[in-house]
Design a protein around this ligand. Structure first.
Ligand code: FMN
Length: 147
C-alpha cells in the first residue's frame, strides 16, 4: 500500500483538523500515513513517500498560509516525477480568492512533475462540518492509490 505523507500549514488550527480527518479516513482504509506540520517538514523527505498530500488555508488576498513560505519556495528545486499528489485546504467563499492556496500548491506540484490524482478538496467554512466531503474526497483518493 502506498506510503503517504500529509503536510499541513495552519494559523488557527483548521487545516490541522482537516488533515487529521483525511489521515483518519486513510488509516481506516489501511493506507500508511505520516502527518506533519509544514514547520516540521522538509522538501528533502518527499522522496521517501509515494503519495504527497499538501494542505494550506488561504490568507491575505489569496495567499498561502504563512508557514508554507519556505517549503513552497524550496519546492521549486525538487523533482517529483513519479510521485502522486493532491491538495486540500479550508477557506471562506466570502473572500474573492476562495481557497486560492489550493490552486497555488497544485500549480507548484505540477511544475515539479508530480501527478495530481484529483481536484483539490476545498472546504468552505466550518471544517467540523466537512466529514461528508472529506470522506468522499478521500475515498476517491484511495481509489487512485490502492494497489
Ligand atoms: C484576514 C483573513 C484573510 C482570509 N483570506 C481568505 C482568502 O483569501 N480566501 C479564502 O478562501 N479564505 C480566506 N480566509 C479564511 C481562512 O482561510 C479560513 O478561516 C481557514 O479556515 C483558516 O484555516 P487555518 O486555521 O488552518 O489557518 C481568510 C481569513 C482571514 C481571517
Amino acid at each position: 500500500m502506498s506510503n503517504t505523507l500529509i503536510i499541513y500549514g495552519t494559523t488557527m488550527g483548521n487545516t490541522e483538523i482537516l488533515a487529521g480527518k483525511i489521515d483518519s479516513v486513510l488509516k481506516s482504509r489501511e493506507v500508511e500515513t505520516t502527518m506533519k506540520n509544514v514547520t516540521d517538514a522538509s522538501v528533502n523527505e518527499l522522496s521517501e513517500y509515494d503519495v504527497i498530500l499538501l494542505g494550506s488555508s488561504t490568507w491575505g488576498d489569496g495567499e498561502l498560509q504563512d508557514d508554507f513560505a519556505v517549503f513552497y519556495s524550496d519546492l521549486e528545486e525538487v523533482d517529483l516525477k513519479g510521485k502522486k499528489a493532491a491538495v486540500f485546504g479550508p477557506g471562506d467563499s466570502s473572500y474573492e480568492n476562495f481557497c486560492e492556496a489550493v490552486n497555488i500548491l497544485e500549480k507548484r506540484l505540477k511544475k515539479c512533475g508530480a501527478e495530481l490524482l484529483l481536484d483539490g478538496l476545498k472546504i468552505d467554512g466550518d471544517v467540523d462540518e466537512s466529514d461528508e466531503m472529506v470522506e468522499k474526497w478521500t475515498q476517491q483518493l484511495t481509489g487512485h492509490i490502492s494497489p
